[in-house]
Design a protein around this ligand. Structure first.
Ligand code: FAD
Length: 512
């Protein structure tokens, strides 16, 4: 079992680790603990520009209950072995299912996959970590419940709990997923089980309807952190609207982003457009249409603007492609539709309502919370399986988005990468998401991708732009951009809640 390259937890001796493995096996049974390197391979698949070894797990364990998790934590505390919890483990482009640091034991919660409750009157659900969006969708369909939810693009395989604890986003009016969660159950490092909000009160039936409870609201500290293992999550579902009108508005020029945002922000803040508006660049839209990069450019460096313009023309794609929808009754949507038409006409945009490409189809489905995998087309653009999301937050102001786009495009171009970007969600903010796509089988491109992300991160931070979320390889560097006081508080919390540092040390830069 001991090989030269075996990944062991930091500070662990092989003999101690083997003893711990024996104890863990006794808790979950033989089939639910993996230490064999070949069988660990799915937990070491990454898309980031760093060596796999950096994120190799020492083991993977799949508990089936809160009681098993508590027993596992006793062993981990005894041997000071760190675990990295995942729910459905599809955090692709942010670290996948691989641990944040080499040698951590992946705690894969996929077997805890029950939909515990759906209240059709209150439009709420209570789910376990392993529940996928597809599973929830099928459940609602089978029971003929007219309820929708919001899901991220890889929804068919990802899940609401894992997405929410990483503060992910989706495309219906409930798209800011943490905001629409309500009540968590968390197993703390010492094995205690905390229910947040009203969940702490015996016999309360308001856990999934009132978020705050009494005293400090704790839910936030269990997102993008490592203070506990979330084993249940309440989420709000949306009544299916009587009338749903998805649309796209195409704009011809890259600089149009400024006027698009200025025109749409008031509609978004006033909730005329209630969902997460997406403004996708040509090169986000093209691979999902689908268009292949190699058919337009095979030379060195980033794809030239002329080739991008040709793609637009050949495939009827905008320089920017706005996606949004109206949700209401026929009467309210008729009234609001006139506003959308007027805004599009005033800003030189062309409205598209009929699904005419795969890109439009998957976007229209996402806006009604129908899971799909349409966005995986992005990976055919360049090939080679390398991807990291660069995701700074911007104000929803035209001038800001233009500034961020130009800065990102310049730095990407310097390293030979294309600007594959979109602005999403937000009421008053925008998540500017750039997919840094590279060929991971090409060592030079991989090296450049690392350097490029590094420069993007620091150049944006210098301008005051912070990431909303980051991949595990850059967790420490991203956390550093938020300054020492915040980090100091995070460390104090870690010390209080996890004194043996056994829960995902390093996640989001938090460790003892
Ligand atoms: C093509 C493509 C498009 C994407 N589009 C989107 C998008 O639109 N929106 C979006 O948000 N993301 C998007 N993503 C990123 C990602 O795939 C999703 O966010 C996905 O939902 C995350 O994976 P998951 O749900 O399986 O969560 P997991 O991988 O299970 O969890 C995410 C992280 O949260 C922590 N965690 C998980 N479970 C627990 C737990 N029970 N207790 C404590 N901590 C835990 C872990 O650190 C874990 O790594 C996209 C990815 C791809 C490849």
């Amino acid at each position: 079992m001991t090989t030269k390259t075996r990944a062991l937890p930091k500070h662990s001796l092989a003999a101690d680790f083997d003893k711990a493995v024996k104890d863990l096996r006794a808790i979950v049974g033989d089939g639910n603990l993996v230490v064999d390197e070949a069988r660990l391979a799915p937990y070491n698949k990454i898309m980031m520009p760093v060596p796999n070894e950096q994120h190799a797990p020492s083991a993977a364990i799949t508990p089936e209950s809160v009681e098993q998790i508590q027993a596992i934590l006793r062993v981990l505390n005894r041997y000071r072995i760190p675990a990295y919890p995942i729910s459905t483990g599809k955090n692709l482009g942010y670290g996948s299912a691989a641990p944040v640091q080499r040698g951590q034991v992946v705690m894969d919660l996929r077997r805890m996959n029950r939909i515990l409750e759906v209240d059709a009157d209150l439009c709420t659900a209570l789910v376990e970590p392993g529940v996928t969006y597809q599973q929830l969708y099928d459940y609602l369909q089978e029971k003929k419940l007219p309820l929708w939810f919001s899901c991220p693009a890889p929804s068919a395989i990802a899940g609401p709990l894992g997405n929410m604890v990483d503060r992910g986003v989706g495309y219906t009016p409930y798209g800011e997923h943490f905001l629409f969660s309500c009540g968590m159950e968390v197993v703390l490092a010492n094995g205690e089980v905390l229910r947040t909000g009203m969940g702490s009160m015996p016999n309360s039936n308001t856990w999934q309807v009132f978020k705050w409870g009494y005293g400090p609201t704790l839910d936030g500290i269990f997102t993008q952190s490592n203070y506990g293992i979330v084993t249940k999550m309440g989420m709000w579902l949306m009544p299916a609207p009587p009338d749903f009108r998805p649309f796209s508005i195409q704009y011809p020029e890259e600089t149009d982003i400024a006027k698009i945002v200025e025109a749409l922000r008031p509609l978004r803040i006033a909730m005329v457009i209630p969902n997460a508006v997406v403004i996708a660049h040509t090169l986000w839209e093209a691979p999902c249409t689908p268009v292949k990069r190699a058919d337009y450019y095979t030379g060195p460096g980033a794809i030239p603007d002329e080739a991008v313009a040709k793609i637009r023309k050949d495939h009827d794609i905008g320089a920017w492609n706005v996606y949004a929808a109206l949700y209401g009754t026929k009467e309210t949507n008729d009234a609001n539709w006139k506003i959308i038409e007027a805004v599009a006409a005033a800003t030189g945009g062309r409205i598209v309502t009929q699904s005419k490409s795969q890109a439009l189809e998957y976007r229209f489905d996402l806006m009604k919370g129908k899971p799909n995998l349409g966005e995986f087309g992005l990976y055919n653009w360049r090939g080679g399986g390398g991807s990291i999301w660069f995701a700074p937050v911007s104000q929803a102001k035209g001038s800001e988005t233009l500034r961020q786009m130009k800065l990102a495009k310049t730095i990407l171009g310097k390293y030979g990468f294309d600007y594959v970007g979109e602005f999403i969600v937000g009421w008053r903010d925008m998540h500017h998401v750039v997919d840094l796509l590279f060929d991971r089988s090409d060592a030079e491109q991989t090296r450049k991708a690392y350097a490029c992300y590094d420069e993007l991160l620091h150049a944006f931070a210098k301008e005051g732009y912070g990431m909303y979320r980051a991949n595990t390889a850059f967790a420490e560097k991203v956390a550093a951009t938020y300054g020492p006081v915040k980090r100091g508080v995070e460390k104090k919390l870690k010390k209080a809640l996890d004194p043996n540092n056994i829960l995902a040390p390093g996640r989001c830069g938090i460790s003892l």
